[in-house]
Write a protein that binds this ligand. Structure first.
Ligand SMILES: [Mn+2]
Length: 329
């Protein structure tokens, strides 16, 4: 469990004392890390400070709208100067290619994962927050920044991590903050359409392949999607097109554990594991067996295997049918 060594008030004081910041997102960024970092950037700029976003990967197609007219900076470590702050990053490893540069010197970590590591000099984690964006809302309020400065990215961050306010992590506070953000000008219909209902043609190709290749285990309680490098080549899929695959197993009635396994392009013996579950199964504990982590109902990890079939077997053999639920072996 993460242990805070500062309060939110102290985090605000730390930001007020600085003048130039680098806001680091986690690799394969989602709407929460990008929305949170962008909202913090706008808030710091409102206070007359300088802030830049950094991420090991480009935004996925469904989050690109957040950067309309505002270019996502190409990373150049020679150029970048400022106090490094991580946003929605549960472990240093999740900085991806930024880890060798910023590892060990993150000045402030703002996060909401239960499995969050205390890798920064100043760590603030609130596991009761459904999204890191909820923490940024509180922080901006603490800093005296009106939410209207960043209503769109803040709403996007909360809606993204709560699956449009449908997942079990959604709280009354998530809805209260969403209401405040609507009053502050967030266009919820547009943002939710862009996050959840807008697909590129290559994403549709990825979805079609995922549905066609879906396999079921333990009497239909476990569903598995595999995307190999051969699939990516044949269907002309980019890594950014594959983020939408993780939640689709939730659509299937009777499935309580959904597993997505993606072969790594850089190292074909490595596989990225995404697990989505209902409340009867701890997704983060399954991923923990492979050195990963996350939330109870949404988690990730990486594993090595000789081929895609072996990767599936390595994960599925950790699961057993326990009658009305799936149990971890
Ligand atoms: Mn998050």
């Amino acid at each position: 469990m993460p242990v805070n060594n500062i309060t939110l008030e102290e985090a605000a004081e730390f930001l007020l004392a600085g003048s130039s910041f680098l806001l680091l997102c986690h690799k394969r960024p989602d709407g929460d890390t990008l929305g949170s970092a962008l909202a913090l950037k706008r808030g710091l700029e409102f206070l007359g400070k300088r802030a830049e976003l950094l991420c090991a990967h480009l935004p996925s197609p469904n989050t690109e709208f957040l950067f309309d007219g505002e270019e996502f900076p190409a990373f150049d470590p020679e150029d970048e100067q400022g106090i490094p702050i991580s946003v929605d990053v549960a472990s240093e490893e999740l900085l991806g290619d930024l880890q060798p540069i910023y590892g060990g010197r993150i000045a402030l970590k703002l996060d909401h994962h239960e499995t969050s590591d205390d890798f920064a000099l100043r760590n603030y984690t609130d596991p009761t927050a459904a999204a890191c964006g909820e923490i940024i809302c509180a922080l901006l309020t603490q800093l005296g920044v009106p939410l209207s400065v960043a209503a769109e990215p803040l709403y996007a961050s909360i809606s993204s991590d709560t699956g449009g306010f449908r997942y079990s992590n959604t709280t009354a506070n998530s809805h209260r903050l969403a209401a405040a953000l609507l009053e502050a000008g967030a266009d919820n219909a547009l943002i939710d359409h862009m996050l959840f209902e807008s697909r590129t043609q290559s994403e549709i190709r990825a979805l079609t392949a995922a549905y066609a290749g879906m396999r079921y285990y333990l009497g239909g309680k476990v569903a598995v999607v595999v995307i190999t490098n051969e699939d990516k080549r044949r269907l002309d899929l980019r890594e950014e097109d594959l983020g939408i695959l993780s939640p689709i197993t939730r659509e299937i009635s009777g499935v309580s554990v959904g597993i997505t396994i993606k072969q790594s392009k850089a190292d074909p013996s490595r596989y990225k594991l995404s697990v989505r579950s209902d409340r009867s199964f701890p997704a983060n504990e399954l991923c923990g067996l492979f050195g990963g982590g996350g939330h109870a109902c949404a988690a990730g990890a990486e594993l090595s295997a000789s081929n895609p079939t072996a990767a599936v077997a390595a994960v599925v053999r950790r699961l057993a049918d326990d009658g009305d639920r799936v149990r971890l072996l």
